[in-house]
Design a protein around this ligand. Structure first.
Ligand SMILES: [Zn+2]
Ligand SMILES: [Zn+2]
Length: 287
């Protein structure tokens, strides 16, 4: 069984407050539990709350896959309690390029004077893994994670998890080309049960009709592009993710309504959403 839990669904910057109470204001963090093997996508501020639920469970082995190292995807890590627990082993996976590795990025954000604890002083065991697009990593027997490249300033990895005949795709911080399908993502998402996709903008926000500033080249996508990929790839459930910080609950609800006109089985991710994939691979909201 695969159990997917959404701990942070907001894009770019945390947006707490009454306007975002329903969908939530924490940044990217999604947990995919594959029959006890825990895979975590990104360490945005949402990971703090996940850490709280794992605090008393040492010794733990966790696998954290980073899409990229923009702040909203790494900022929660220094507040992730399992990293401060001796006996825990944390595997951290991410891209390596000319700007560095996942290890240098994680160490960098915890350097003085920005943070009081150094990455190298954490009492858990950290194991770093460089990942390249096209690579498949066997995290455990029958738990496979495959990486592909998305389109984002500085680069991004999108991932697919396969376990026991079910699959979840995590594709955030990636931009579409207007009017064209991103074949790499369609390929990765083929037949996936759950397709989590960067649906930050409405088409009007993306074009600049709303604010006068187009979002073209900013590295994010729309529900229209997400719905088209969901259709082409034949996914089970399309989950809109990485909501724009300027969208209040009413705006996200409206985005969801419009997304359903493009792909019927679409829903906006919210903090606390749990999707369970059972025997038949059909996504069911568990809470
Ligand atoms: Zn982001
Ligand atoms: Zn980003």
């Amino acid at each position: 069984m695969i159990r997917t839990t959404f701990w942070g669904v907001r894009g770019s910057i945390p947006t707490p407050g009454p306007q975002t109470n329903h969908f939530g204001g924490n940044t990217s963090c999604v947990e995919v539990d594959c029959g006890g093997t825990r895979i975590i996508f990104d360490a945005g501020t949402g990971i703090r709350q996940l850490g709280a639920t794992l605090a008393k469970k040492a010794p733990l082995t966790l696998h954290i896959f980073f899409s990229h190292v923009h702040w909203d995807h790494i900022q929660g890590f220094p507040f992730f309690v399992p990293a401060f627990t001796p006996g825990n082993t944390l595997h951290l996976y991410g891209a390596a390029n000319s700007r560095g590795t996942i290890e240098t990025a994680m160490a960098g954000q915890m350097e003085a004077p920005n943070f009081p604890v150094k990455l190298s002083d954490l009492p858990s065991t950290l194991v770093f893994h460089d990942v390249a697009p096209g690579q498949t990593i066997e995290v455990a027997p029958d738990v496979k994670v495959t990486a592909a490249a998305g389109t984002h300033p500085g680069g991004v990895l999108v991932y697919r998890v396969d376990h026991a005949g079910s699959s979840v795709v995590y594709a955030t911080d990636t931009e579409h080309k207007p009017g064209r399908l991103d074949r790499r993502i369609v390929e990765l998402a083929k037949g996936a049960d759950i397709f989590i996709y960067d649906s930050m903008y409405t088409p009007e926000e993306y074009d600049g009709c709303v604010s006068g500033t187009p979002r073209v080249g900013w590295g994010h996508s729309t529900f229209e592009a997400g719905g088209a990929i969901a259709k082409a790839a034949g996914v089970g459930q399309y989950v809109l993710f990485h909501h724009d910080p300027d969208q209040d609950d009413a705006a996200v609800r409206e985005k969801e309504r419009r997304a359903r006109e493009v792909f019927e089985n679409a829903m906006c991710a919210y903090e606390g959403l749990v999707l369970e994939l059972g025997e038949r691979g059909e996504a069911q909201a568990a809470g």
